[in-house]
Design a protein around this ligand. Structure first.
Ligand SMILES: CC(C)(COP(=O)(O)OP(=O)(O)OC[C@H]1O[C@@H](n2cnc3c(N)ncnc32)[C@H](O)[C@@H]1OP(=O)(O)O)[C@@H](O)C(=O)NCCC(=O)NCCS
Length: 169
């Protein structure tokens, strides 16, 4: 599978079921169709602040993952970056994150993300993409911490994605 062969497009109303289906499979606290619909409304009402993309594999035509984020004066908050279980470890999330990072500017040059302390996959992924842990936030109802993670523009993304040519099996 070639991660560069990914179509990444802004989500629309026709994608809501697909987004919720991916999330139900992939996320411990999945968003519903209504949750994604609410996010889409925010995107429409605040087109420079709220963003969402759906990623589809060009080879199979299958949707593989998505990301949602918000823009702020000096940073991006990554809300979700999710890949369906059967499509993991092909570099798709890295490609999606690279798309998000591609919207950074010299002024808005950081991405913040929160990862649950027991989300080993998410933490490994964020660290592999150049995020650094910068603190903890005790926000969970079961008193688990979330790690606050920061990616600074020009931190190194995996070479495979920078070059867009590495084949991952
Ligand atoms: C985290 C997640 C998005 C990763 O998706 P993915 O498409 O499998 O990630 P990639 O293939 O781009 O992985 C890139 C690198 O991250 C690291 N990584 C990703 N998943 C990993 C795992 N389960 N264990 C160890 N390292 C992992 C590896 O270094 C990997 O490179 P490699 O495959 O060459 O070893 C996916 O597991 C997921 O959807 N999890 C649930 C949502 C979530 O936790 N999101 C992250 C916080 S926003």
């Amino acid at each position: 599978m070639i991660a560069s062969q990914l179509t990444i497009k802004t989500i629309c109303a026709a994608d809501l079921e697909t987004l919720a289906t991916i999330d139900a499979d992939a996320n411990t606290e999945p968003w519903s169709v209504d949750d994604f619909g609410h996010w889409l409304e925010e995107m429409i009402d605040h087109p420079t602040q709220f963003f969402g993309v759906l990623a589809t594999c060009q080879m199979t035509g299958q949707p593989v993952g998505h990301a949602t984020w918000t823009n702020h004066a000096r940073h991006i908050s990554l809300i979700e970056c999710v890949v369906a279980k059967r499509w993991r470890r092909h570099g798709f999330a890295t490609a999606i994150l690279r798309h998000v990072a591609g919207t950074l500017t010299p002024m808005r040059n950081k991405i913040f993300a929160l990862a649950h302390e027991r989300n080993d996959d998410g933490l490994a992924f964020l660290l592999a993409c150049g995020f650094k842990g910068i603190g903890t936030t005790p926000v969970d109802k079961d008193e688990a911490d979330h790690y606050a993670m920061q990616y600074v523009h020009a931190a190194t993304l995996p070479v495979s994605v920078v070059d867009g040519v590495t084949i991952r099996r």
